[in-house]
Design a protein around this ligand. Sequence first.
Ligand code: AMO
Length: 429
Amino acid sequence: MPVAIHPRSLISDLGGLVGEKVLLQGWVHNRRDLGGIQFLLLRDRTGLVQCVFEKTALPLHESCVRLTGKVVTNPKAPGGLEIHADSLEMITQALEPTPLEIPKEEWHANPDTLLEYRYVSVRGRKAQATLHVQAELVRAFRSFLGSQGFTEIFSPKLVAAGAEGGANLFEVDYYGKRAFLAQSPQLYKQIMVGVFERVFEVAPVYRAEHSHTSRHLAEYLSLDVEVGFIEDDGDVMDVQEALAKHMMDHVRQTCQAELEALGASVPDTSVRFPRIPLLEARQLLAERYGHETGGKDLDPEAERLLGRWAEEEHGSAFVFVTHYPQAARPFYTYPIADGLTRGLDLLFRGVEITSGGQRVHEYPVLIEELRKRNMDPEAFRGYLEVFKHGMPPHGGFAIGAERLTALLLGIPNVRFARAFPRDGSRLHP
Ligand code: AMO
C-alpha cells in the first residue's frame, strides 16, 4: 500500500474515480483563458489532466496549486478525462513567468536554451519521462544482478591514477597533492571480484572529453559489472545479453506511459544478439555497404552500418563486436593470438553502449601487456598489487547509462538523458 500523506488523488488514478469529487495537487503546466471558461492543465508526478474552471483567475505557469473538482469523461480532453473544478488554492505562487515554455519542450529546437534553464525545463513531460525510464533501467540493472548473486560495491571517485589511460583525466588538488576524478571503477571492481566473485556498481565517472559530440559527457553514469570464475569472453557476453534483455523487458512492462510520451519503442528481446569479430565486421562493411574503415576502432558510420546489418540479418537491435586488436584496448584486456584480445563492445541501434571483455588475471601477463604498450609498470603499482594474491579468471563490462537511455528513447543528444549534464562548456545549473 502506498503511504497516504494527504487525502490526495493522483492523476494516474482518475480513471477509476469518474463521477467522484477529488482533491489534486500539482503544478500549472499550461493554461488557457477563453473568457467565461478557463482551462488549467495540471501536472503531478503521474501525468497531466485538464481542469475546467468558470470565471477564475489562473495563476502563472509552474505555480504549485491544490484544487478540487469532479472527474468527468470527455473524449476530447487529453487522456479522455477532465476535472470540473470548484476550488483552486495556491500552495506556492510562481513569482515570474518561466524562462521558456515548458509545454513546448522540443530538444531539436534549441538545446542550449533548454539546458541553460534545465532547472525548470527538466519538469517538461519528455524530460521527466526520460529520467523516469532511466531510473527504471537502473532499477532493473540492480534487481537482475542481485538475483544472479552479484553484490553492489561503492568505489572511490578520487583516485591517484587513471584506469583507462588517455588524455581525458580531470585533475584535482588533493590536500596539496595531484589526484584525479575516476574515469571508471575498473581496478576497484576487479579487486572486489576477489571478495564477492560477482560485483556491480552504479556511479558517475568523469572524462574530460575534448570533442563536443552528441554522445560524450564529462560526467556520466557508469553501470559497471565484473564477474569471476568465467571460462572466457563468451560468459561475459552471456551475462550482458541476459541483463540487457531484462532491462528492456522491465521498461516495456513498467514505462508504457513514458514510452508513449516519447514515441519510443522497446526492441524485440526474443532474438539472440549476433556476435561478430571486429575483423569480420570490417570485411562485411566493405563488401556489403562499401564502407572501408581504417584505424583501430569502428568509426560512428561503421557502427551505424553494423547496427543496420544486425537488424536486417538477425532482427536484432543489439550486436556484439568481439576480438578487438590489442592496440585498441587497455592493457588489462586478455590477449590472445594474432595480436587480438578478448575485449568486446556491445552496439545498440548502431552506437556503442558498452565496452568490456575478459581481463588479464595473472601478474606476469599484466607486466608484459604494460611493456608492450610502452607503459611503465611502476606507474601502475597500485593496480598491479592485487594480482599477486590469487585473482580468478574474470571479466566484465560497463554500460553508459545516458547512451543506453538516449538510444532506447530516440533522444538525439545524450545530454538530455542526464538531469544536469556536464560538458566542456557547461557547469551549471
Ligand atoms: P569505456 O571507456 O569504453 O570502457 O566506457 C564504457 C561505456 O561508457 C560510455 N561512455 C560514455 N558515455 C558518455 N560520455 C562519455 N564521455 C563516455 N565515455 C564512455 C559508453 C561506453 O561504451 N572500464 C571500461 C569498461 C569495462 O571494460 O568494464 C570502460 O570504462 O557507453
